[in-house]
Design a protein around this ligand. Structure first.
Ligand code: SAM
Length: 286
């Protein structure tokens, strides 16, 4: 992983986190994580970054807190979404611009636990992921490493590269080819339990905060993307920063606001492949 900064105590001051090994054979690797993140290896604190034989997970020590969170692309919800999630027909795919002959390069500037990025990489898009919270980035790095070791998910994980850092700064200082699409899914400042906020990210809210600087993310994304910017919002939420999108697509529990700049040029005249969920012998009508 390309690491832009370590555990930033000024940005994440309330974190009382320590690293724990869940099995004796994990102790050396757990101590490495503690060193890398600048965290104690003592099992104290409100949050525990636990390393076991099945990888890294983050647990809140409060009684009654939700269970530990880890990134697992090979099993569970990510595997289910890959098999039955609607493929190229799902709203996020359409919002990104996935269509026959088009698999845009995507910068996911608010990677979180990588679920949306994995879904898009599963459709054949090349993804760069940026995550600024060191603990979430650590979980994601660990999940990607395990995904690369699994025969089914390895080809998908190979299309995903992770950078740790602040996406606003990284986008402003971008060098090299610009991503065709920048995808943003900042934390929505919503109090209380909301079905719109996935359970795992809700558990992280005390650690991560509300992403109040998200309008600056949109500004930097609009300056960088070559083809479009897509912002995921709760269905009834106002547009990010009050900036009206060109159009919006409704998903099951979210809305995708699309800021289009340039049309995609389909390869092979937009010939359908099985990955598009269609018959490769049928060409779109022009
Ligand atoms: C709602 S979560 C994203 C969930 C993600 N779409 C998924 O599918 O797992 C928002 C994440 O964006 C990260 N984030 C917010 N602003 C950021 C910034 N400026 N740079 C990098 N990461 C940022 C937060 O730390 C948080 O982990």
């Amino acid at each position: 992983m390309d690491r832009a900064f370590g555990m930033d105590r000024t940005r994440f001051p309330a974190c009382a986190v320590s690293v724990v090994a869940l099995a004796p054979e994990c102790e050396d690797a757990a101590r490495d994580w503690a060193r890398r993140l600048g965290l104690p290896f003592d099992g104290q604190g409100a949050w525990r970054l636990q390393l076991g034989p099945d990888g890294l997970r983050l647990a809140c020590a409060d009684p009654g807190a939700p269970g530990p969170v880890r990134v697992d692309f090979a099993r569970g919800a990510a595997a289910h979404r890959r098999r039955f999630g609607g493929g190229a027909g799902q709203a996020i795919a359409k919002a990104i611009g996935v269509q026959p002959g088009v698999r845009p390069s995507v910068l996911d500037a608010t990677a979180g636990l990588g679920r949306d990025a994995f879904a898009l990489a599963g459709l054949g898009c090349e993804l760069t992921l940026i995550e600024r919270h060191p603990l979430i980035a650590a979980l994601l790095e660990d999940g990607l490493r395990r995904a690369r070791d699994d025969a089914e998910t390895a080809p998908i994980a190979a299309r995903m590269s992770l950078r740790e850092g602040d996406a606003i700064a990284l986008m402003r200082g971008w060098s090299g080819e610009a991503p065709q699409v920048v995808y943003l899914d900042p934390m929505f400042p919503h109090r209380g339990k909301s079905a719109l906020v996935k359970k795992e990210m809700r558990a992280f809210r005390p650690l991560v905060g509300d992403d109040g600087d998200a309008p600056a993310l949109l500004e930097a994304a609009l300056a960088l993307a070559s083809h479009r910017v897509v912002v995921k919002r709760p269905r009834k939420a106002p547009a990010l920063g009050g900036l009206a999108p060109g159009y919006a697509l409704e998903g099951k529990s979210s809305r995708f606001d699309v800021y289009p700049m340039r049309a995609f040029k389909p390869k092979d005249g937009g010939r359908k492949t099985p990955a598009d969920g269609g018959n490769p012998d049928i060409r779109p009508m022009t």
